[in-house]
Design a protein around this ligand. Structure first.
Ligand code: ADP
Length: 189
């Protein structure tokens, strides 16, 4: 199986690149942000609880997102592989993902990290907020909080995957196609 963690701060372009990667490699896209937004749209109790945190730019509890990923893995038993987008975001999530995959006799193939500077991220997210309708993209304070959460809780995962020799850094600036080519070259290696 090809199991990719697509990594990077909010606004790095994970969603955009995921769409292209799932098409090329026939993978299942698992975005915890998308799953949470679908739960909010359906007004599930879990979605409504998560919304309060998401609106403040805070992470939702590990147990919630780990449970969501676990059921998606069970629901896609014959998949060729997965792209994890926006997950894992904490060390506890990364450890849980490793054990969920090992129960299925598979593992993460590599972590592809899109690197973009904070100022460019804020600019991109505010622009996305103009047309996405996402509340968390429309408020500069919330955007800054998400970037702070990323730097304190999520960025350390680079170390986690480096220790497994799975960390690959990719510049997240340039055209969408240029970045996609770089990602494909690393996957092919
Ligand atoms: P972005 O990466 O652009 O911030 P996402 O769609 O990945 O957007 O996530 C939006 C929000 O959903 C996050 O700010 C967070 O509150 C919540 N969220 C998504 N994935 C996770 C996760 N793995 N762990 C905790 N919270 C998450």
């Amino acid at each position: 199986m090809l199991n990719l963690v697509l990594f990077g701060p909010p606004g790095a372009g994970k969603g955009t690149q995921s769409v292209k990667l799932i098409e090329k490699y026939a993978l299942i896209h698992l975005s915890t942000g998308d799953i949470l937004r679908a739960e909010i749209a359906n007004a599930t109790p879990r979605g409504l609880e998560a919304k309060k945190l998401m609106d403040q730019g805070l992470l939702v509890p590990d147990a919630v997102v780990i449970g969501m990923i676990s059921s998606k893995l069970d629901a896609n038993k014959n998949a060729k592989g997965f792209i994890f987008d926006g997950f894992p975001r904490t060390t506890a999530q990364a450890q849980a993902l490793d054990s969920l995959l090992s129960e299925k006799n598979t593992s993460i193939s590599m972590m592809l990290a899109l690197e973009v500077e904070d100022e460019e991220l804020t600019r991109r997210l505010l622009k996305r907020g103009l047309d996405s309708g996402r509340a968390d993209d429309q408020n500069e304070e919330v955007i800054r909080k998400r970037i702070t959460e990323y730097n304190s809780k999520t960025a350390p995962l680079k170390q986690y995957y480096s220790a497994q020799n799975k960390f690959i850094s990719i510049p997240g600036t340039g055209s969408v196609d240029q970045i996609f080519e770089l990602l494909c070259a690393k996957i092919a290696r």
